[in-house]
Design a protein around this ligand. Sequence first.
Ligand code: AMP
Length: 278
Amino acid sequence: MQRRAEEIRRSNRGIGFVPTMGFLHEGHLSLIRKARELADVVVVSIFVNPAQFAPNEDFVSYPRDEARDARLAEEAGCELLFIPSEKDMYPDGYSTFVQIDGLSSIWEGELRPTHFRGVTTVVAKLFNIVKPRVAVFGRKDTQQALIVKRMAADLNMDVLVHVAPIVREPDGLAMSSRNTYLTPAQRVEALAISRALRLAESRFDEGERDPEILRAAVMRELAGSSEVRVEYVAVTDPVTMAPLANNDAADEMLIAVAARVGKTRLIDNILLNKSTTS
Ligand code: AMP
């Protein structure tokens, strides 16, 4: 991969890179199409990164289907699919980790304390291997995208990090490889998450700016679904993800939710700003 990347760069073409854990869906494919728009050659990686899973998480059961992924990625415009092995990425004696302070230890990071260290480590490694000019990430994992941006800026990485919108199922559920864990009944219950975020959006569009009131509206909607166990509802500044307090009546805010439906952990979020107000 490093040799191919070097050849591409020497031929004066820019690489657009989309790192994934595979089991591709329309959300991933939208990132691949965006990378095509922003660069000359698109590289997609598939690596279920053990370093970002805690021992009690779903590393072993994470869905995998490389043959299908290869077909879908190619159809969306991927030219090079990079599928390293665990040994390639973490050979015996591996001992270097990238850790971003602050943002890595709130919200997702508080509940998954080793998660973002695994993410930033693997993304830094992948950037060194693939040498992209542009990397495309999804807003679905909005905290991850902010952390990767922070890392690229802090470590002077010569890559533009582009963040693309969330792709949803027609009924509103944010697409995720983990949705395959849901039973049909749980999938219906899971709709409460996107419904709650849309509710907050309409309250915001009607002029509500009090973070606590918006948070309470989301909590109330989620509480209406007996199967949904909320882990957090974060009403935050969209750049720092610092929580907003009552007197912070901001014209731009991010509401992020993590919840369990059965054993499946789902995350979703919505960005609210004045321009969404008609
Ligand atoms: P994953 O394979 O879940 O690690 O995700 C790989 C990339 O796809 C990340 O940048 C995610 O944010 C992005 N992604 C996952 N789901 C969606 C979605 N529903 N819409 C947009 N991007 C997504």
